[in-house]
Ligand binder design. Sequence first.
Ligand code: SF4
Length: 350
Amino acid sequence: MIEEAAADERIILGEPSLKAGEVLYSLRDVSVEYGTRVGPVAAVDHVSLDIRKGEILGLVGESGCGKSTLGKAMLRMIARPGKISTGELWFDGVDLLKISEKNMRQIRGARLGMVFQDPMTSLNPLSKIVDHLTETIMTHESSVSEAAARDRAAQLIGRLGLREERIDDYPHQFSGGMRQRIMIALALALRADLVIADEPTTALDVIVEAQFLDLLRELRDEFDLTIVLITHNIGVVAEVADRVAVMYAGRLAELASVNDLFLDTKHPYGQGLLRAVPNIELDGAELYQMEGAPPNLLHTPTGCAFHPRCPAVMPVCSQHQPAFASIGRDHYTACWLYEDHPTGPEAHDE
Ligand code: SF4
């Protein structure tokens, strides 16, 4: 049965060209559900994704597409009534869903860092920056003295473009862009391998945003960091990402290198997102607006969840969910335009 075959393929995102050691974090068939009075809602729906060592992966989509939930799931930070209902989270050879919360706490914060949209929610307003940094270092590395932790903290702050003496200031004494740098410093204080940054530039003006994106690139190169950059702003990922994953209604719609995604987008949703980006070269042209709105996840459309909004919709689209499958080197999409489907090739509306 084709439906079953599609479901089976959907959970496999093999990248046979990758060598062992090139993948730092691997999500396999990950779903996140929230219990509601009318039943479970899948905020993330069977997502499989390999994150490569040293890359900046952009994770994009409209509000409610599941991208932030996926980031939290990677850190095992889904709060009740949510839960990770299926899947595996492989980080450096360990399935994070199989380890105790105590062990997870050691990994979270030490090897997996986080940067959120509003750093004030993560920084204690009553503690100086030096206290945040030294406490983080000494909690995870008990052999480090307070003086050594302070030295390391000051060096980090300096590396991130802040004056070292400002380490004795409180969070409210910094601007939004500076606070985001401090959040990065907290992740780097423990030499994190992977940083998940959720909408880190949303509250920044365009100049500070550009500086912050430059900094991310420099830190990736200098510290061999791997970064997952979650954003609704596809222009931000164009600036800084190596690869881009597009999410829609809790599922992956497309995954490709940043060049392929911007120059040869395959999925009609990704094409719509790109057309909606303002272009200063198109003077006076009306900005494209995608039809409709993202679905209510209580009632996700059958088949391809994008079909009620899709300009290329075909009869098969509302009946069967397309598999997330390879359509070229390092390029994946979930769309019936690129694979044979149960109603036959004559149903293609080209
Ligand atoms: Fe559009 Fe169909 Fe492709 Fe979905 S599967 S994006 S509805 S063409």
